[in-house]
Design a protein around this ligand. Structure first.
Ligand code: TRP
Length: 333
């Protein structure tokens, strides 16, 4: 497809198989589908919630390694770590001046926090930092810095892309010119959700995940914990109501899913079904384990990210120069 697609992935936990099918693989497909693609690890976006620097650095590396192992080609995709491009700090501050406070008041994540405080009878701003409040401006800077045409989003991020459009449009109106390209949100073809071990959405906040870099032994110990009902061997099962089948279906081929479905309906035991799921997970995790175990993996990821950032900065400097010229009557030095 024509144009440039852009997305950021926030490193707020160790990547797991829910992230694999919901974000990592769909992002790799998008990068293949578009003429140009920009993908970055949005570590600055983690800062309003995570204060453990070591954890942010580790998760950034794990997410980057996972994206590379899943097929991101850093020669074709502009691939970097957000904080390696300091121009994003500059653009964020400049854009604050064209962003109405009322727009930020309407942001879903911020509103959820103040509503929760109000419901608990607390001061509405308890626990709300300016990183959370201005999160959409940082995200607009990400999008506008590189001149993205489209930003794939699930439901939770659509408002942010609309804000980026609003901010670009106000800028272009106030400073009379097509300085910033307005992005389109495109509905994310991927974005599938899989259940975790307890049947709720797989998410690190529920502690119900299967990590991408788990060993086969760890995988088996987790798979054993997946909740089922109490039907015994020989009794027909209901595949669609089973987390174990939902996970299997998202990771396997349609033939594999059809076979497990009919075997479950035919009465195979949960123990056998779990063995099959663990085998499938092991097969799917193999490229990630291999990438993590290969000598020098950490340094290679770091080099790829830094080289990507150098290329990203060339674009970013131009945008900051354009914006400074329009706002201050001088371009960046
Ligand atoms: N806010 C996004 C999320 O939480 C991550 C993100 C940061 C992003 N910058 C972006 C997504 C720019 C798309 C475009 O998932």
């Amino acid at each position: 497809m024509k144009g440039m697609v852009l997305t950021g992935i926030k490193p707020t936990g160790t990547p797991h198989i829910g992230n694999l099918v919901g974000a990592i693989e769909p992002v790799v497909r998008l990068a293949r589908d578009y003429d140009r693609s920009t993908i970055f690890i949005a570590d600055l976006h983690a800062l309003n919630a995570v204060t453990d620097a070591g954890a942010i650095a580790r998760w950034t590396h794990e997410v980057a390694l996972a994206l590379l192992a899943a097929g991101i080609d850093p020669d074709r995709t502009l691939f970097f770590r957000q904080s390696d491009v300091p121009e994003v700090y500059q653009l964020t501050l400049l854009l604050m001046n064209v962003t109405p406070k009322g727009l930020m008041n309407r942001a879903h994540a911020y509103k959820a926090s103040i509503d929760a405080n109000a419901a608990a009878g607390r001061d509405p701003d308890v626990g709300v930092n300016m990183g959370l409040y201005t999160y959409p401006i940082l995200m607009a800077a990400d999008i506008l810095l590189y001149g993205a045409d489209c930003v794939p989003v699930g439901k939770d991020q659509k408002q942010h892309v609309e804000f980026a459009r609003d901010i670009a449009n106000s800028f272009n109106t106030l400073y009379r010119g097509e300085h910033l390209r307005t992005p389109e949100p495109v509905v994310f073809a991927g974005g599938e959700m899989i259940p975790g071990l307890d049947g709720r959405k797989m998410s690190k906040s529920y502690n119900n995940t299967i990590p991408l870099f788990a060993s086969d032994k760890e995988v088996w110990n987790l798979v054993k914990k997946i909740k089922t009902d109490s039907r015994g061997v020989g009794e027909p099962k209901e595949p669609d109501s089973l987390s174990l089948f939902q996970i299997y279906r998202h990771l396997g081929t349609s033939e594999e899913a059809a076979t497990l479905r009919s075997d479950l309906e035919g009465g195979i035991g949960y123990g056998d079904a779990k063995k099959r799921l663990a085998e499938l997970i092991d097969r799917r995790l193999e490229p990630f384990r291999a990438a993590a175990a290969s000598p020098g993996a950490e340094e290679r990821v770091e080099t790829v990210l830094r080289e990507g950032a150098e290329r990203a900065r060339t674009l970013a400097r131009e945008t900051v120069a354009t914006v400074q010229q329009a706002m201050l009557g001088r371009s960046a030095v």
